[in-house]
Design a protein around this ligand. Sequence first.
Ligand SMILES: Cc1ncc(COP(=O)(O)O)c(C=O)c1O
Length: 398
Amino acid sequence: MHYATISNRLGGLGSDKWAVHLSARAMKEAGTPILELTIGEPDVGPDPVLADVVASALAEGRIGYSNGRGEPPLLNALSKRYTARTRRQIGPENIVCFPGTQTALFAVMLTLVEKGDAVLVGDPLYATYEGVIRSTGAEMVPVPLKPEHGFHMRADILEQAITPNARVLLLNTPHNPTGAVLTAEELAAIGDVCRKHDLWIIADEVYEELIFGGGFASPLDNADLAERTISVSSISKSHAAPGFRSGWAIGPAAFCERLLPVAETMLFGNQPFIADATAAAIERPSGVSATLRASLKRRAALLVDALSPASGISCAMPEAGMFALADVSATGLSGEAFALGLLADEHLAVMPGSSFGDEADGFIRISLTVPDADIEEAARRISRFAAALNEEKKVAEA
Ligand SMILES: Cc1ncc(COP(=O)(O)O)c(C=O)c1O
């Protein structure tokens, strides 16, 4: 039978990355108690306004077909929010609604690139980005994000990575998995490179409300970059509502005109009752993001503190998000070998850094979306495993 090449490009992309997580799940099913700190889902309930408005919208019969761009109340709420944030008029012509950031990323990428084009992306990178880029036929060009720069993208390193067929920089700030938050100055320098090489910037800003200190900056809010920037986001993290599948893309009107038929072809519109709930939620400060942010920050600090005496482990405080990255390279193991050993010996599941790109090879990613006691227990098990490795090393050297 014939298959389109997209299925070859995407087939098998995910499975290797999730090997440790899948082994952990299999061990759990077989009856071994596993402490699982692999994936990150908000561990608080969704903003209560969402369920209230969904219930009333359903009672009002808001279940018909929508239009392709988005329901007017949601477009209006997004327009107000982004006009205030960017200090420029953002109208419905600058907005297309999607079921989540992930679909927005896919449709935006499909509108901008194809075979023969290249997309630059920071490495480490969020697990689905490679698929989003490869689905279009475009080539992925990693831009190394260095631990010694706090994993912040540097304009000079970006410039070195640029190829003649580069069309897009896929930027993620706050960043998953590193937690790096780019400053307005860093974005301006990155933006200068993008202007010089006429690159679009897709800015994934889904963690905007989960920054632990300091402010949020966006290329969309920089007037010099607005004509080439598309910002994508959702209520998944800000309102602890990933299952609502409600997100959007904000960009230049001419771009959105081209994005709209792509979105319509994929979706034939979104769900009016979800749109109403999203509009109500984003019209006021989130009822959950402050709590979520505080608990993630507290757990990150707990983990960093508890791991500081551990031999061969170095865990820096993340600036944002749901994860901490610990450098395990001084133990002599790769992140993957460390994660596999940790699962086998200590029944603790974490993600190997290599699941997120070559630059995170010597790291493990630890999810912060579990209770404080589990974070403390995880730190104990990591420390014990690292100490055992250290002993083995000493014996081997003696
Ligand atoms: C960086 C990043 N982008 C996008 C997503 C997906 O977001 P959504 O639920 O809005 O599709 C995630 C989810 O973890 C993420 O970490």
